[in-house]
Ligand binder design. Structure first.
Ligand code: AMP
Ligand code: MG
Length: 410
């Protein structure tokens, strides 16, 4: 893997990562509910026609066109309900009462909605012109038996699984979960619930990463907090690499004296890149270990969460076998206040977006954008994405925003 010097742009980093990642291939077959969040291993094809039979789109009357042409009232020969077809004799010059979803009686050519009819003593009168084929849902008009309804590489959600259920299919073959190992590095880190000693802080990043991995459907291997000790870190790298497809650490990627991550990555694998032209999150290490990919997140919690979101999330999508565009959409909004920015790095400020009176989007900064202000994520509902070369932004200027997805409560 080639080492890239200097600060590299986010798009280049993503391109370098995504072009190298090879998705998992092992698959398993699961009941639909258990397949939620998993990725299809093969295209899903339909074993049946949908609809499975010609049926009525309305509550009304099934008719033959010749009887309508005759012009008189038609007596009702019987009734067809959803799940209870009309199979009796249907004499000429009669109609059949029919409900939505009921199978169309043999020979029916149209369904007249009941609002366009009138029931009289001699039978049903039809008060509007009737077109051949109207209000009939034809067998197979939605999905033909044998047709592909979902491609391989599709993440299964409430948009897809009910569709599979509607085909009568109870199980689906999906790719295995991505295995992700996570650990935090830092002598100063303590677990929530423990007392803090001098200069100590609570480990925020591992919880953030663990939660996001869970939400993205990964199997998580949590290796805890590792001290800033080269031996302990080496052991953690090796342990993580032996168990996971991707290893995610936080801290130790800057240039301080206790920052061993890059050094170990060089020793045990290869460094792809480790300095990005983004803010927050400049030190982000990406590389390869013997068996797994490695992502070294920055220590500052905002930077760690942001780089996970912007870089690790698409990496995991690719690794999990999802196909198609894995990058989020961006929108344009008017900024409500001044945004501080110096040229040189792509900036992901946290913002609150809403629809303005004129129907356009407007966005307000959450305030202090320091990489230690984690509360900014909870207040925000989007990133304000400020281009690399842009300087300060004045109120009223247009900016790009990226709405949060479900990882951040969007
Ligand atoms: P580092 O990259 O290890 O120098 O860390 C940068 C900053 O992030 C330091 O202030 C660390 O104390 C802080 N930090 C590192 N890891 C964590 C963590 N897991 N949770 C909260 N803060 C952290
Ligand atoms: Mg550290």
């Amino acid at each position: 893997m080639e080492f890239t010097a200097g600060l590299i742009p986010l798009e280049t980093a993503l391109e370098q990562m995504l072009s190298r990642i090879v998705p998992v291939t092992e698959s398993q077959t699961l009941p639909l509910l258990q397949a939620a969040g998993r990725v299809t291993a093969n295209p899903v094809t339909s074993p049946i026609d949908v609809p499975g039979f010609d049926n009525s789109a309305m509550d009304g009357y099934a008719v033959r066109m010749a009887d309508i042409a005759a012009g008189g009232a038609l007596p009702v020969a019987g009734k067809a309900f959803a799940g209870q077809p009309f199979n009796d004799e249907w004499p000429a010059g009669a109609c059949v009462r029919i409900m939505t979803g009921a199978p169309l009686p043999a020979g029916a050519q149209a369904v007249v909605m009941q609002e366009e009819t009138e029931v009289t003593e001699t039978g049903v009168r039809f008060n509007a012109p009737v077109k051949n084929g109207q209000n009939i849902r034809l067998r197979g008009e939605d999905i033909r038996s044998g047709a592909s309804v979902l491609p391989a590489g599709k993440k299964l959600t409430a948009a897809e699984l009910p569709l599979i259920a509607s085909l009568g299919v109870a199980d689906v073959t999906v790719l295995r979960k991505v295995r992700a190992a996570v650990f935090s590095t830092g002598d100063e880190l303590r677990l929530p619930g423990q007392p803090l000693g001098d200069g100590q802080i609570y480990d925020t990043n591992r919880l953030a990463v663990h939660l996001m991995l869970d939400q993205l459907g990964c199997e998580v291997i949590d290796l805890g907090i590792i001290k800033d000790d080269p031996e302990a870190l080496r052991a953690a790298f090796i342990e993580a690499d032996s168990q996971a497809d991707v290893v995610i650490s936080s801290g130790g990627v800057s240039v301080g004296e206790a920052d061993y991550t890059k050094q170990l990555l060089e020793e045990l694998g290869e460094v792809g890149f480790w300095k990005l032209a983004i803010k927050p999150g400049k030190p982000f290490a990406f590389g390869r270990l013997q068996n797994s990919w490695f992502c070294g997140l920055p220590g500052n919690p905002v930077s760690a969460a942001l780089t996970f979101y912007q870089l690790v999330q698409p990496l995991l999508a690719k690794l999990s076998g999802q196909q198609g565009n894995v990058l989020p959409p961006r929108l344009r909004a008017r900024t409500l206040g001044r945004l501080k920015k110096s040229p040189g790095r792509l900036d992901f400020q946290r913002g609150i977006m809403r629809t303005a009176q004129d129907g356009q989007l407007e966005v307000l900064s959450t305030g202090h954008q320091g990489s230690h202000i984690f509360s900014s994520f909870s207040q925000a509902n989007c990133f304000i994405v400020l281009e690399r070369e842009r300087g300060n932004v004045e109120a009223g200027e247009w900016v790009e925003i990226e709405p949060f997805n479900a990882l951040f409560g969007g």
